[in-house]
Design a protein around this ligand. Sequence first.
Ligand SMILES: [Ca+2]
Ligand SMILES: [Ca+2]
Length: 386
Amino acid sequence: MKQMLLSATMLATLAFAGAPALAQTAAPTLDGAKPLVVGHRGAAGHRPDHTLEAYKTGIAMGVDFIEPDLVSTKDGVLVARHEPMMSGTTDVSTRPEFASRKTVKKIDGIDTNDWFASDFTLAEIKTLRAKQPFDDRDQSYNGKFEIPTLQEIIDLAKSESARTGRTIGIYPEIKHSTFHSALGLAIEDKLLEQLKAAGWSEKSSPVIIQSFETANLKYLRGKTQLRLSQLVDADDVDKDGNIVLAAPFDRPYDFAVLGDKRTFKDLLTPEGLKEIKTYADIVAPWKPYILAAKQVIGEDGKPKDLNGDGKIDDQDRVLIQPTNVVKDAHAAGLYVHTWTFRSEPKRLASNYKGDPVAEYKPYFDLGIDGLFSDFPDHAVKARDGK
Ligand SMILES: [Ca+2]
Ligand SMILES: [Ca+2]
């Protein structure tokens, strides 16, 4: 009898709670909207990054935004590359006609020996072909695709928006602002001009501008209503899941130049977040700042090989307690976007049991407002269930 009464009470409670329960399942994002899925470098897990084909792949998989990283050519044209150094993502090192262009430049204070986009005209860059920089990813598209200009990417976002009936936004990253400015090839004003010509200058425009530096975002705040996103980097995660800071990934490079001792970690304190809110709409920390994983140390003092495959990697780590970063950022009025979700089993903590879709859930539960994924198909499936 008692059991029956309980069941009846439970049923009544469930029925009564129908509507509020639905409201409670709304995403714990800052504004209650679904988290945005940003196709990282297009869909970098599927195609060589920062090619029109990579962006199209991401769009076909349902992204809200595509992400071009922007560098400048010698003749001042904005093109999409992950870095101004081009050997990692193109065939430039195999081109005898460009052999003599290999040179040493300082990037964020580090001497770097490579081929730099800023030493090539757009016409020269258009003769290069993209390649997949991750050895463990599909190499079959190498040598097939061009390096796109920002204009071609804007045009793609517009034509794909019209074709699909969805709004495909762009989330450009200004790469190495200090480096480009010192060469007389500053990116900021050119970017704003091109976006304005595309009809994009409002807060509601389908554009978010991101940077690891701060001074350029502050400068942009004075010139545009477009949404701005402060990236927050680090060097690594230690065995216990703690963030490791080491130059040049320890602080925004404009801080390093000015002798400002604050680190990326300092940007994520309640005080740091409050300052970001004065010039940006979004804070975008590397995901271990939100939820990290640690190694499990055995009695021999060595990390345990949890999955028994004879190697120690991310699969042998377990999640630790999440931080307060999302909560603190929301309290400061900032949206939180995080990066980068990568589906390969060796890049997934033990808790996910090799299922890349499972990785998104704890971050969604913590209330992230957006994410960058190399595998947007998995991100969309995790968010929408399809
Ligand atoms: Ca980027
Ligand atoms: Ca292992």
